[in-house]
Design a protein around this ligand. Sequence first.
Ligand code: ZN
Length: 203
Amino acid sequence: MFSRLTELFLKFPGIGPRQAKRFVYFLLRQSPAFTKSLIDEIEHLKKDYAQCSSCYRFFKNSGTQKICDICESSQRDSTTLLVVGNDIDFENIEKSGHFKGVYFILGNTLSVLEKEPEKKIRIKELLRNIEKRAKAELKEIVLAMSATQEGEYTADYLKEKLSPISKKYSIKISELGRGLSTGTELEYSDTDTIRNALERRIG
Ligand SMILES: [Zn+2]
């Protein structure tokens, strides 16, 4: 039953076949007004948001703007670039209000067995971004990864890949301090934990 919609829900992160079916049954029980507003919201999402061509975050975009307000703002400290794994980590750090620099979103983190890391994270784009910023005033790159095995592996991979460019332009590479205890995902960290991790960064 309803196999097409179930299959679409199966594509959502963390959703298995049982949950996908539950979503479909849930929708069947809702009022027409609910389904209409769901459809409208989904349609608007793609129209109202764009992906920044510099940091790769999604931002509310009314026109043809390609660069987000954070990348463009003169109020942000462009000497410090903070690299995060995904959009939710970015959101959490930005919400904490303790970071005033600029961001880069990798789009993913790497697992130890990853065979083609350059296809899973935006490493080429990151190098291009750093090259551009280095000529301006970039002084420090903060690797803000979760204190998990994947996060640590990704940080090690990045350190190796960024080493030549950091030497070339004398850019410091640092990591979040372990205000984040082992196993902590940035996504679930509170404001104080993020502030501590930023203040005690190592490198
Ligand atoms: Zn941006």
